[in-house]
Design a protein around this ligand. Sequence first.
Ligand code: DGL
Length: 280
Amino acid sequence: MKQSAGSMPMTADAAIGIFDSGVGGLSVLRHVHAALPRERLVYVADSGYAPYGDKPEAAIVARSLAIADFLASQRIKALVVACNTATAAAIAAIRAQWPRLIVVGIEPGLKPAAQQSASGVVGVLATRSTLASQRFALLRQQMEAQYEVHYLPQACVGLVDLIEKGELHSVATVTLLEGYLRPLLEQGADTLVLGCTHYPFVREAIGSVCRRLGGRQPAIIDTGEAVSRQLRRLLHETALLADGGDGSLCGFTTASQSTLQHAFRRLLDLHPPVHALAAG
Ligand code: DGL
């Protein structure tokens, strides 16, 4: 069991740590930054180890604990696991290690999708690991017991790699999306859950592929904003909201600094300093 900042008490001026296997968590960071503009945010992209979604659970847990350990050393008051795959595999282990730290994870939005779908058929796009996890099975079971809904899980193998390379509209990305979306639309899905934080960055490509496939435009569910609301609520309840902070950002990556800098600029129009983080 560890404390978030050694023996120092947590204070409102401490930072919020956010991590993902790569650039995907920036789709969550943008909501956190918009909802909590005075908070100091420290982002870690574990791009040296991306994608997580095809790795064994033990490897995802080990990476997630290593990154959480680094962020805890940065004097954080809260940790956002901005990765569905890491949340499914490792959030329990992170909470066990840092029981006093506010830890917020992200899960595929099965509930809002069930509430919104008219056809009752919902496609769930996520990594193989998320879809194979116990947490996902449990959530799916709960939702299917509560709503008249049928989920069609679709592992989007290869998509994270393309998004990490910045290929948001390339032929390879569109071709991959077509292959994954066609069967979902053919089976009557009118709602698609983006169950991986990388996927909001290909939301436009998903929309145009669906249009081309001729079906009705499905509703798209992204839970990034819900994460920022939950984080805000927990910081408020614990009197840890920063009121006079400068809202500064900085990034760390276990791969190329210029790639993360470029992703901040291209995906969010932000220009924070980015540092190297040893991968070991
Ligand atoms: N962005 C991640 C997620 O939300 C992980 C993708 C990956 O590394 O496979 O699941």
